[in-house]
Design a protein around this ligand. Structure first.
Ligand SMILES: Nc1nc2c(ncn2[C@@H]2O[C@H](COP(=O)(O)OP(=O)(O)OP(=O)(O)O)[C@@H](O)[C@H]2O)c(=O)[nH]1
Ligand SMILES: [Mg+2]
Length: 354
């Protein structure tokens, strides 16, 4: 007698993703907010996703960062050490399948799982001057561990060790299927340094990839999710609203957002600051990568009281001291477009593989 066969879910797709952005652009907070984003997602937003850590360090990161963002309402500390994290996303999605003799397309709900393998690096590593010891940033005295509890082998090291770390970053990016590129408009308006943290690594990555390319590609194979961060910052939100980029959510808490189709134009507008080289970041991304998508994001979102966004009281951070990083999160975190870039990367990379 034959035993009934149970169809096993397919093993999770593996996605290697690099996070790219200057120091303080919001890379670690973006990762920290991912789990809240999956929890806040309603099933109408095309599916329910569960996020888990695939190893102990990653589970620990999720636990600690969830506690930080929700209970102590603190932001993660600046990253001092490379940290490899692996998260698994399990959900359901609609998949069109050919059925019957006529191969008519029928939509089926399928369990999907993918594993996100990400390297969170200190943003300072993307600086062309990073390997010059005299220009490296000062390290706080108490900076001997980061939010994930990893001990520091420190950003200070011998030139050889620094060169080795740059190689490691390039090795990682080269092996990535996708990149989340984070652009912090407020930082760039102040420092005008997005290009400085963009072109050295891009140049080295491009020469490595294109030298070894056997398919005569003219562009890099990575799929890139370009994310404008900190949309909740008053200057950025107001600018978006005044220029007509925002729409209001139809469901409570009626959060404003920038529709995906307008995100590329908003990014382009932000990059056009006269006197800076940031326009070259926008052009460079399009020139070097063929598969791009744009998102306007916020890891903590806007302040919501009584399940409602209020245009006169939307700031979700509050100052708790005089220092440059003495900020706390005021209310609940409502991440905006944090999970979406990863879901897009998953879809886009899987489609390119099949
Ligand atoms: N308003 C607002 N501030 C944010 C958001 N995300 C991050 N921040 C602020 O930006 C700071 C830096 O964020 P991080 O996530 O540490 O940035 P990072 O890119 O990981 O920085 P490095 O580790 O130094 O490279 C935080 O301490 C917050 O003050 C956001 O969504 N909204
Ligand atoms: Mg960080």
């Amino acid at each position: 007698m034959s035993t009934p066969q149970r169809t096993r879910p397919a093993p999770p797709t593996q996605l290697r993703i690099g996070l790219w952005g200057p120091p303080g652009s919001g890379k670690t907070t973006f990762l920290a907010a991912l789990q809240i984003a999956t929890m806040r997602r309603t099933s109408e937003d095309s599916g329910n996703w569960i996020m888990t850590g695939s190893d102990e360090a990653s589970s620990m990161f999720l636990q600690e960062s969830l506690h930080q963002l929700t209970s102590t309402r603190e932001f993660p500390r600046s990253t001092t050490n490379d940290r490899n994290l692996v998260f698994r996303f399990t959900g359901r999605q609609e998949v069109p399948r050919p059925r019957g003799l006529l191969k008519k397309k029928v939509t089926e709900i399928e369990r999907v799982a993918f594993e996100l393998d990400v390297l969170d690096v200190p943003g300072v590593k993307y600086d062309s001057d990073f390997s010059r010891p005299d220009t490296r940033p000062p390290l706080d005295e108490d900076d001997d561990f980061d939010a994930g509890g990893a001990t520091v082998d420190s950003v200070y090291a011998s030139p050889d060790a620094l060169a080795e770390r740059e190689e490691r970053l390039l090795d990682h990016l080269q092996m990535c299927d996708g990149i989340v590129y984070l652009f912090d408009p407020e930082r760039d308006a102040r420092e005008q340094d997005a290009f400085r943290y963009f072109h050295p690594v891009l140049g080295k990555l491009a020469s490595r990839v294109l030298e070894q390319d056997r398919h005569n590609n003219a562009q890099l194979p990575h799929h890139v999710a370009v994310c404008v961060t900190k949309f909740d910052q008053p200057n950025i939100y107001r600018l978006a609203r005044v220029r007509g980029f925002t729409v209001q959510g139809a469901e409570p808490p009626y959060l404003p957002r920038i529709p995906d189709e307008a995100a590329a134009d908003f990014f382009k507008m932000l990059c056009a600051t006269p006197g800076s080289n940031t326009d070259l970041v926008e052009r460079g991304l399009r020139q070097y990568f063929a598969t791009l998508n744009y998102f306007v994001t916020s890891s903590i979102g806007f302040y919501v009281a009584d399940n409602r966004f209020r245009p006169h009281d939307f700031l979700n951070v509050e100052r708790v001291g005089p220092g440059p990083s003495d900020f706390k999160i005021k209310g609940r975190a409502y991440p905006i477009n944090v999970l979406e870039p990863l879901l897009w990367l998953h879809q886009s990379i899987s489609a390119a593989r099949s």
